[in-house]
Write a protein of this length. Structure first.
Length: 187
């Protein structure tokens, strides 16, 4: 039984740098559903500064397709590979795509952010981003919520009022503590 387009999982496509939009246009023209999250940033040229739209995940975009029929995707101009393990495409978590889509649609200021392995997982309790789960950090005295795409090891940051979040407790997950080794003392 064939899944319709909206039931298919999202996959991350690695594409040639600065070709994200042209790959998205090609895939859209071929009937594929794609998602290219973007943000506004300021670019400096020798004679001026201009605000431009740039990809939140440079070199990547997301596409829905049947993984059993991935050859047309791989043959699309500008596509390098489908992100996965051992040549097997791995779908992006639907909740992560939904969170990124909500961030993009909300209109709040956002920017690319380094992927984090540590930190408290929190969920926004109210406001336009209600229900989004991410990692709370403090940067230059302001709180930011980091929403990650684990498969890509990339993340997006959005400024948030920390009073609007509550900590998410993950059942059965324990954090390991590594005892630091004593440093040898020189004689």
């Amino acid at each position: 039984m064939e899944l319709n387009t909206h039931q298919r999982p999202w996959f991350a496509l690695q594409v040639r740098t600065q070709h994200e939009k042209s790959v998205a246009r090609f895939l859209g023209g071929s009937g594929y559903e794609w998602f290219l999250p973007a943000y506004n940033c300021r670019k400096r040229w020798s004679d001026r500064v201009k605000e431009v739209e740039a990809p939140l995940f440079p070199g990547y975009l997301f596409c829905r397709f049947n993984p059993a029929n991935r050859l047309p995707i791989l043959q699309a101009p500008g596509v390098i590979q489908i992100v996965g393990y051992s040549r097997k495409p791995i779908p992006v978590e639907a909740s992560e795509i939904q969170a990124i889509q909500m961030l993009v649609d909300s209109g709040v200021s956002k920017q690319p952010w380094p992927f984090l392995h540590e930190g408290d997982k929190v969920q926004i309790e109210s406001g336009p981003l209600r229900g989004i789960t991410g990692i709370l950090t403090d940067f230059k005295g302001k709180h930011r919520l980091i929403v990650s795409v684990t498969l890509l090891q990339r993340a997006v940051a959005v400024e948030i009022d920390s009073a609007l979040v509550s900590r998410v407790r993950e059942a059965g997950v324990q954090r390991a503590y590594v005892q630091p080794r004593p440093m040898p003392v020189g004689i």
